[in-house]
Design a protein around this ligand. Structure first.
Ligand SMILES: [Fe+2]
Length: 427
């Protein structure tokens, strides 16, 4: 099969001009000038000069020539790094193995003179085919390299976009954290205001929040559900600051009476539900006095009709109010009091998790708590309960570890608004 792809330059080097004519004619008639551009040189020296100028693709060179012979010619071509295919030629000599010597000189093929037309075309076509295959592979390699470059560019774009997204996520997370902290601070301020005039119940809202969150997490609630319940617990007595005139604060703070006779949960609901995002909180507080037997207020909901958050808040608030009102009662006695309303006011499941919470408050830790005056506070002590001023301001939270600066600030504030009662600390 004739290869007719790209025109190739062929340099024929032989001191016998008749050979050039014969070979040129064969190639011209078999392949045509559009395939092979034929050039001749009559000596090795002239051949090297033309090779440098023409940069041929194929060189055919006679071995026996005056001056530079075929072997030397081939070695110099190889040294010059010209990417040509070299074919050496020689008459047959039974005493010499020119094919091996041609190979050692760097030749790609060897032809015996006189050159036969079939052998010549076979070798030249073979070289053209190899060249074509090389170019095809080279083209594919270039395409692959281009694909790899595009993939690499795409990968860089993806990495850059990921980096930008991570950066944006970090900023959003930071903003969310800041917003959450501000929200918690605002709710904390409201909680302080709610409890300002409730000397018997200071810290109640935060304790109820702690109990409610414990129960909620044990019951499998997570994320927003727990956060909404925590906020509802901290604000569940918000309505007490704006009770109807015929309702008393004392009754509102008595969980036994308030669940039937006061409307502070609905007042809190009205105050909260106008704030976007606080609707679920308002809903939990509205139903905190529903009873599982349907006897509660305001809608007479029963069992699981009552939102779970409201059922948890209901038991948590009752438990803490009762403990505060009966400081000499043991945890077991308080739990027994709660259990009396099992299946009536309170959800049986929720009560079981409340009992788990109560047991988790280690008696061993209680024994380590001591009461002292504000003047006995020292650096390194941990507060076992919140510190309030006599006017009801929450000065420090339970769990705070005192340092020198905090002790000094408490003592200075004590001169302005004295600390209420003894302070409970873990030395
Ligand atoms: Fe309460």
């Amino acid at each position: 099969m004739t290869e007719t792809r790209t025109k190739k330059k062929l340099l024929f080097v032989d001191d016998d001009p008749a050979m050039g004519k014969v070979v040129g004619k064969i190639l011209d008639s078999a392949l045509g000038p559009q395939v092979i551009e034929f050039h001749e040189a009559m000596s090795g020296e002239r051949g090297l000069q033309q090779a440098r100028e023409l940069k041929p693709d194929i060189m055919m060179c006679d071995i026996h020539m005056p001056g530079i012979n075929g072997f030397e010619f081939c070695k110099k071509i190889r040294q010059s790094a010209l990417p040509a295919t070299v074919i050496l030629m020689s008459a047959y000599d039974e005493n010499e193995d020119y094919a091996i010597q041609a190979k050692e000189a760097g030749a790609d093929a060897f032809l015996i003179k006189p050159i036969k037309k079939g052998e010549l075309l076979f070798v030249v076509n073979f070289i053209l085919r190899i060249d074509h295959l090389n170019k095809t592979v080279l083209g594919k390699n270039q395409e692959l390299q281009e694909d790899q470059r595009r993939l690499s560019d795409n990968l860089k774009d993806i990495i850059r976009m990921n980096s930008q997204l991570e950066s944006q996520n970090t900023r959003i997370t930071s903003m969310n954290r800041e917003l959450t902290e501000r929200f918690d601070s605002t709710v904390g301020l409201l909680t302080n205001i709610i409890e300002l005039n409730q000397s018997q119940h200071r810290g109640h809202s935060e304790r109820v929040a702690e109990i409610a969150v414990f129960i909620a997490q044990r019951m499998g609630l997570a994320g927003d559900a727990v956060q909404n319940l925590k906020t509802a617990a901290r604000l569940h007595e918000l309505g007490i600051v704006s009770l109807p005139r015929d309702e008393s604060v004392e009754d509102a703070l008595d969980e036994g009476k308030s669940r039937f006779h006061t409307s502070h949960p609905m007042v809190a609901e009205m105050l909260l539900k106008g704030f976007p995002g606080l609707e679920p909180v308002a809903e939990i507080i509205r139903h905190m006095h529903e009873n599982v037997d349907g006897s509660g207020k305001p809608d007479g909901l029963m069992g699981e009709q009552i939102p779970l958050g409201s059922r948890i808040l209901s038991v948590s608030s009752f438990y803490d109010h009762y403990r505060v009102a009966h400081p000499n009662s043991s945890v077991s006695e308080v739990l027994m009091r709660v259990d009396k309303q099992n299946g009536k006011w309170f959800d049986e499941n929720v009560i079981s998790f409340l009992a788990e919470y109560a047991r988790s408050q280690s008696p061993a830790d209680d024994e380590k708590v001591v009461s002292c005056s504000v003047f006995a506070l020292k650096e390194g002590m941990e507060l076992a309960s919140d510190i309030y001023s006599e006017s009801g301001i929450n000065l420090l939270r339970q769990g705070t570890v005192l340092d020198r600066d905090l002790v000094n600030r408490i003592l200075k504030f004590n001169n302005v608004d004295p600390v209420a009662g003894q302070v409970k600390v873990k030395p």
